[in-house]
Design a protein around this ligand. Structure first.
Ligand SMILES: *Cc1c(COP(=O)(O)O)cnc(C)c1O
Length: 413
C-alpha cells in the first residue's frame, strides 16, 4: 500500500516565526546548557562506590566557592521551598523569633513557611517596588532589647519584583548595634548571577536551588552555613533527622549526604555547571549578568519614554537584581506581548508573579524578563528585539530606539 506524507500545513497569515530553538526567558527554571544535559544523560551510577563519589568530592569545593565561603554546605533533594524549610528547621526552635524582610512574594513565602513551623515571625514589608529601608531594619532590631530575634531572613534578589537587597549593609546594621541575630539570605535567584560573598559579608546561612543561576534542572536545594550558625543552632527542636544539616555537611561517607538515595543525575549536571562557572570565572559571570541586565534596562528606559504605561518595577539601577527585570506594560498589554513573543517568535517571557492576583485585570499588566544563568548577548538582545517587534505588531505604543539603546550599552563597554 502506498502511503504519502504531507508537510503542507493549512496556510495562515502571518506565518509564525516560532519554529527553531525555543527560548524560555522566565526566571527559573533557567536555560539548561547542553553540557549539563549531556553530563546527565547516562546510565544510573552505582551509589555504593565508584565514580559518583569522586563527582561529589569535586562538587563540594566548587559549591563553596560559588557562595564565597570556606564553611559548610548541605544539599537536599527538593526545590527552593525545600531549601527554605531546611533553613528554618535548622535555624529555629518552636517559639523562636525571626525578623523577615519582604520586598516581594518570595520574602513573604519564606516567612509563611517559618510561621507554619511554629516560629514567631515578624515581617517588615517594604512593598513591591521599594528596596529595604535600612533605617526600619535598624529600628526593629533596636526595639528588640532582649535579643529575642534569633535570625534575620532576607532575599538578595526577590524574583517577583527584581528588587535587590544590599546584604553587606544588613550585616553592617546588625554589627553597628551589636545585635547577635544570625543573618540568613535567600540567594535562589541571584547565586551565580549577582555578586555574593558569604564569608566576607558575614552571612550565616545562604539558601539556593539548582535551577536558576546554577543552570541545573530543578531538584536540588542547597544551604551553606557558618560555624557560628552551626554552634548556635545545635539544640534546636525543629531539627528533625531528615532536615538536619549536620550529617549532610559534615558526614564523612557518601550515604550521609542525602539521607537516602542520592540525586545521582543532578550531581552530574551540577558538577558540569559548576565547572562552567569556574572556567568562565565568577567575576566574569557577574560582569556578564551586569552587562546583559544593563541592555535590558536601557531598552525599557527608551520604550517607557514613549509610553508612560511601560516602566520597570524598580526605579534605581542599584536596587535592581541582575538576573531578572520585572516591568509593567499597562492595561492587558504585558499578557498580549508575552503571548505574541511565545507564539510568533519562540520566546517565553515570565508572568508578573506576585505583582497582582491572577483574577485581577492588573495581572495582565506585568511581566518579567529573565537574564539569568546560561545567557549571552545574542540571547538577551534577541529577546529585546522580539519584544520590540511584538510591540510594533500589536500596536503597543513605545519609545523608538530601545534596541539601539540596548546595543549601545554593550558596544560601549
Ligand atoms: C525561585 C525562587 C524561590 C522558590 O524556589 P522554588 O524552587 O520554586 O521552590 C524562592 N526564592 C527566590 C528568590 C526564588 O527566585
Amino acid at each position: 500500500m502506498k502511503s504519502s506524507v504531507s508537510l503542507a500545513a493549512p496556510a495562515h497569515a502571518p506565518v509564525s516565526l516560532s519554529g527553531g530553538r525555543p527560548y524560555l526567558a522566565i526566571p527559573g527554571p533557567s536555560v539548561m546548557p547542553d553540557r549539563v544535559l549531556r553530563a546527565m544523560h547516562r546510565a544510573s551510577p552505582n551509589i555504593y562506590g565508584g565514580e559518583v563519589y569522586g563527582v561529589m568530592e569535586s562538587i563540594w569545593p566548587r559549591l563553596k566557592a560559588v557562595a564565597g565561603t570556606n564553611q559548610y554546605c548541605a544539599i537536599y533533594i527538593g526545590n527552593g521551598h525545600a531549601a527554605w524549610e531546611a533553613a528554618n528547621a535548622n535555624l529555629f526552635s518552636r517559639g523562636d523569633k525571626a525578623l523577615v524582610l519582604a520586598v516581594g512574594r518570595f520574602g513573604i513565602g519564606w516567612a509563611e513557611l517559618a510561621r507554619a513551623l511554629g516560629v514567631d515571625v515578624e515581617v517588615l514589608d517594604f512593598g513591591k517596588s521599594s528596596p529595604v529601608d535600612m533605617g526600619r531594619v535598624e529600628a526593629a532590631l533596636r526595639a528588640d532589647t532582649g535579643h529575642k530575634i534569633k535570625a534575620l531572613l532576607a532575599t538578595q534578589v526577590d524574583t517577583s519584583t527584581s528588587i535587590k537587597t544590599d546584604v553587606a549593609q544588613l550585616r553592617a546594621v546588625l554589627d553597628a548595634i551589636g545585635h547577635p541575630a544570625l543573618l540568613a539570605i535567600d540567594c535562589i535567584a541571584s547565586l551565580g548571577c549577582d555578586e555574593f560573598r558569604m564569608d566576607d559579608w558575614g552571612v550565616d546561612v545562604t539558601v539556593a536551588a539548582s535551577q536558576k543561576g546554577l543552570m541545573t534542572p530543578p531538584g536540588l536545594g542547597i544551604l551553606w552555613f557558618s560555624e557560628k550558625a552551626r554552634a548556635r543552632c545545635r539544640g534546636n527542636d525543629l531539627r528533625t533527622p531528615y532536615w538536619d544539616w549536620e550529617p549532610r555537611a559534615l558526614g564523612t561517607e557518601f550515604w550521609q549526604y542525602f539521607n537516602g538515595t542520592a540525586p545521582t543525575h543532578h550531581l552530574y549536571g551540577l558538577s558540569e555547571a559548576l565547572m562552567m562557572l569556574e572556567e568562565e570565572g565568577l567575576q566574569n559571570v557577574w560582569a556578564r549578568h551586569r552587562a546583559l541586565a544593563g541592555a535590558v534596562w536601557a531598552a525599557f528606559e527608551v520604550w517607557g519614554d514613549g509610553n508612560p504605561a511601560i516602566a520597570m518595577n524598580v526605579m534605581r539601577p542599584q536596587d535592581r537584581g541582575c538576573s531578572v527585570t520585572a516591568a509593567r506594560i499597562g492595561g492587558q498589554d504585558a499578557t498580549r506581548l508575552r503571548e505574541w513573543c511565545e507564539h510568533q517568535a519562540g520566546v517565553t517571557l515570565g508572568i508578573g508573579l506576585g505583582m497582582a492576583l491572577p483574577n485581577d485585570p492588573a495581572w495582565h499588566g506585568f511581566l518579567r524578563v529573565a537574564h539569568m544563568g546560561h545567557v549571552n548577548a545574542h540571547m538577551t538582545l534577541g529577546v529585546l528585539a522580539v519584544m520590540e517587534t511584538g510591540m510594533q505588531a500589536l500596536g503597543i505604543a513605545h519609545g523608538a530606539g530601545g534596541i539601539m539603546a540596548a546595543t549601545r550599552t554593550i558596544s560601549a563597554r
